[in-house]
Design a protein around this ligand. Structure first.
Ligand code: ZN
Ligand code: ZN
Length: 82
């Protein structure tokens, strides 16, 4: 015993959606592009919400979206929710 309970996930590491499990993924949904005045580059601004394996919605095999963005993506793509 080292006084630490491994079942308790630090608040900052928790999934944004269920707030219980450890977030192992970040939402890949692109919110838009941001222009950086330092290097004059335009880059994609992703949602980046931390989500756990269970809450992540896998779209097109390679993207993991948070439930909120998955909803947006479905509407955008015209894919009906399951
Ligand atoms: Zn979760
Ligand atoms: Zn998201």
């Amino acid at each position: 015993m080292n006084g630490k309970n491994p079942d308790i996930v630090p608040y900052d590491d928790r999934c944004w959606s269920c707030r219980k499990r450890e977030a192992t993924k970040l939402c890949d949904f692109i919110n838009g592009t941001v222009w950086n005045s330092k290097d004059f580059q335009t880059r994609q601004n992703t949602c980046d919400l931390p989500i756990c394996e269970k809450c992540a919605v896998n779209i097109a095999e390679e993207f993991d979206f948070c439930p909120k963005c998955a909803e947006k993506a479905r509407k955008k793509l015209g894919v009906s929710a399951k």
